[in-house]
Design a protein around this ligand. Sequence first.
Ligand code: ATP
Ligand code: MG
Length: 554
Amino acid sequence: MSKTEPVEASNFIRNIIEADVAAGKHDAQVVTRFPPEPNGYLHIGHVKSICLNFGMASRFNGRCNLRFDDTNPARENEEYAQAILEDVSWLGFEWSELHHASDYFEQLYTYACDLIRAGKAYVDSSSADEMRAMRGTLTEPGTPSVYRDRSVEENLDLFKRMRSGEFDDGAHVLRAKIDLASGNMNMRDPTLYRIRKIAHVRTGDSWSIYPMYDYTHCVSDAIEKITHSLCTLEFEDHRPLYNWVLEQIDAPGAPEQTEFARLALEYTMLSKRRLIQLVEENHVRGWDDPRMPTITGIRRRGYTPASLRDFCERIGVTKNDAWIEMMVLENCIRDQLNVEAPRRMAVLDPIKVVITDLPEDYSETLSFANHPQDESAGRREIPFSSTVWIEQDDFAEVPPPKYQRLTIGGEVRLRGSYVIKCNEIIKDETGNIIELRCTHDPDTLGKKPEGRKVKGVIHWVCAKKGVNAQVRVYDTLFTVPNPAAAESFTDIINAESEKVMSMCIIEPSLTAAEPETHFQFERLGYFVTDRRDHSPTTPTFNRTVTLRDTWAKK
Ligand code: ATP
Ligand code: MG
């Protein structure tokens, strides 16, 4: 296990809920929700929120709903909604109820009319510019709009006509009547409804007005009898408004909002808006590009649901913003796959070795353990013959100091096979080495060589039975730890974030693997068969992570 894993990371929210349950608050019930807006694909930041909301519900035998916060029809669509459902399920969570904020439009409208009747809301017909000018500043109070004291009757009539589509976008808004002098700008008569003459995926053309997030969210929480409404820190300043709305209306539940720090992950950008830009500007090959921090991208890269849940456990939940190092995420998948992934051999950048003291048609079958520490993982057979592929990197014509791999006149062990010695190299007309001519020591299969030490062990694949494959090697998409701070993507996109290697040779058994199967390629790292492109005739692998942490070096 890696050093980064705490026994149980800090989670102040767990402590709050524990105390609430002990005190019998909310009838000792725990009901949470994960409330995504279907305006993009979920990313690893959302995983933190999902694990927290579903995790707390399950820990306290409660319930967690999935609610689409679909009040902004201009940006939302069904593709996103479907992807969100798939991603949450894939992470291993089951929602108690599936809801849409749009299901509450009628109820939200009724409550808004109640607010008007109680003198707590009014229709403002000022332009957006006028309203901005009247908002005041942190040191100066806002100025009341000339429409602030409209009569209840006039407000109700206008609001009804806003709903029926009589007015154009921007002609009026419905505002809460709270406190124009409040030090909290969110309390200076915030907008509750705006006119948007745009069709909604679910409600079609039935509405010309749409409720704002701050009004919708607390009411939706209350309707669903959410007990603990967990959200990110930027909503802390909105909490007084959340509570204000719920105090005014006669809502079924009494949810309480608690804020926690967003996940910020180095070398990663977590904002749907910016991720859309990456896709639309073709910096990546789509939402599920293995370099994307989307759940679907991370999944295609080879991360497992368990590794992501483990990540959320390790980082904990706090009220302080902090950057998480990439190493923390990588260690989660490394630790899991080290235990679970079967070992295989693959050569990514091959050079041919001809064993000249074996007959040309020589073949032998060698038995390999699938996992060095786990006998129950079984064994497999690997073909060996008089020609094998090894990595170009594992041979040096002019070896650097302390080089323990193959050199001219030097010996190395082919893992699980014989010790070979290179006697001669063959080059093409341009001087590239194309073949290493070697001899083998027949007395070294499963045995140490007599009278000498051979330190180097390299992986290999039989050239006669090995199969050609494509392997994609990934690095971070950005060259800087905080890409969101950069002016433009073009300066900070890592040109080497993806290396497509098409001449790779793999053990023949690997072609039969189903898509999304994880392996350790000996000495190379952890790899997964690609979800989309892998098949027996097109074996395709993505490197999930290197074997060992490479961040310390950087
Ligand atoms: P983005 O800025 O990427 O669009 P968002 O906050 O607008 O994210 P929502 O769909 O509104 O996205 O988010 C659903 C839930 O996920 C919210 O409760 C939100 O606070 C939470 N969430 C979003 N990003 C993060 C993050 N980086 N870390 C933790 N929780 C997050
Ligand atoms: Mg949002």
